[in-house]
Design a protein around this ligand. Structure first.
Ligand code: DC
Length: 229
């Protein structure tokens, strides 16, 4: 069977990663979380004194970009992908609210995107990958054979993020999360470089009222159709 690239784009917290991971596992592809890469850069900024209040020291970050190395490894037990920043496992830290608060600003910087996109294309060279993000089907892999654009209402997405943070022992505030979701939607859709938008040839998936199983079945069916062509 021919190997393809599966690009999964969409709004924040709409279950893209869970969905993309499950799809990768069931079709035997490698999974890459491009958002984790922007999150790792944001964490680097926080850890290196490049954030004042909620403002990024852009020129200092530009200078320090060559020092940032992001890699992924599969967890030997769960097979889930783990993000490493300069050799350190940062998978949990990059999901914190302090990173979420600044990540959209980091992801809007052209030199950050150029660097990340080059790394992402390298990851897709041999095909057989599922990558999720915001611009995978539009900019990173415009020729991807399967493109999915996922969405869900802002409230449903905030509730999912709230549940995720609660499950890991945090004590989140729903309103704060909802505001963060809306603010990130706005920044992601209106930024100058690679704004979030559905590629013309992407399949739209609104999962507000879908179970994970329904979603999975739907995707596997699409995958079969595309790879059989
Ligand atoms: O999917 P996520 O919430 O982990 O993404 C984190 C941030 O990175 C979010 O603000 C959107 C941005 N992002 C992006 O601009 N391009 C991507 N390919 C992936 C994520």
């Amino acid at each position: 069977m021919k190997k393809i690239i599966i690009a999964v784009d969409g709004f924040s917290s709409c279950g893209k990663s869970t969905m993309a991971k499950a799809l990768a596992r069931s079709v035997g592809y490698l999974y890459f979380d491009s958002g984790a890469m922007y999150r790792a850069v944001a964490l680097f900024c926080l850890e290196n004194g490049l954030v004042q209040g909620e403002t990024i020291a852009v020129e200092e970050l530009r200078e320090k970009m060559p020092q940032i190395r992001i890699t992924f490894e599969a967890d030997p037990e769960t097979k889930n992908s783990i993000t490493f920043l300069n050799g350190k496992n940062v998978e949990s830290e990059i999901r914190s609210l302090r990173v979420s608060r600044i990540v959209s600003q980091v992801a809007a910087l052209d030199f950050v995107r150029t660097d990340m996109i080059a790394q992402q294309r390298e990851m897709g060279k041999a095909k057989g990958i599922v990558m999720d993000g915001r611009d995978i089907g539009t900019t990173v892999f415009p020729d991807a054979e399967m493109k999915v654009f996922v969405t869900a209402s802002a409230e449903v997405r905030a509730q999912r993020r709230y549940d995720e943070l609660t499950a890991r022992g945090d004590n989140p505030n729903f309103q704060e999360i909802l505001e963060n979701v809306l603010q990130r939607d706005h920044i992601d859709q209106t930024r100058e470089v690679s704004p979030l938008r559905k590629a013309d040839d992407a399949i739209l998936l609104d999962n507000s009222n879908m179970t994970r199983e329904e979603q999975q079945e739907w995707l596997c069916e699409k995958f079969k159709e595309i790879t059989a062509e």
